[in-house]
Design a protein around this ligand. Structure first.
Ligand SMILES: [Zn+2]
Length: 129
């Protein structure tokens, strides 16, 4: 996958979030979830997000990237362990020696988009939301 096209997709989501709030002026934060096996370079994605959002209300938004590990599940006893994507994963269960199955870790999605409303300007302590 290319970070550039992913960044465009993320920006589309952010633009829709902004459009759904008539009073919103700009996007302040984008919370992303990226699995360890998604093959996405977070820093590269940040770069594209910044470059592609120039002259849009998304420019300057903070980009938070939460990593999601994959899960190894034993086919014999069901024991689970997390796999962070670094190095080789255990082919066999550490408990019973059964065969492990790798799942997850390939997710990539926008968890949430935070926007700033017109009335929020200069009044960040305002509890109305
Ligand atoms: Zn097992």
């Amino acid at each position: 996958m290319h970070e550039g096209s992913i960044a465009q997709g993320v920006l589309d989501v952010a633009a829709r979030a902004l459009a759904s709030r008539p009073a919103a002026r700009r996007v302040t934060r984008i919370n992303l979830v990226i699995g360890v096996l998604a093959g996405i370079d977070g820093e590269c994605l940040r770069f594209y997000l910044q470059e592609l959002s120039r002259d849009t209300p998304v420019f300057g938004a903070a980009v938070e990237i939460a990593s999601r590990s994959a899960t190894l599940t034993c086919r014999s006893c069901g024991a689970e362990q997390a796999y962070d994507g670094a190095g080789d994963f255990a082919l066999h269960c550490s408990r019973c020696g059964g065969e492990n199955e790798l799942a997850g870790g390939d997710e990539l999605y926008v968890e949430s988009v935070e926007v700033e409303d017109e009335q929020d300007q200069g009044d960040r302590g305002d509890p109305q939301r």
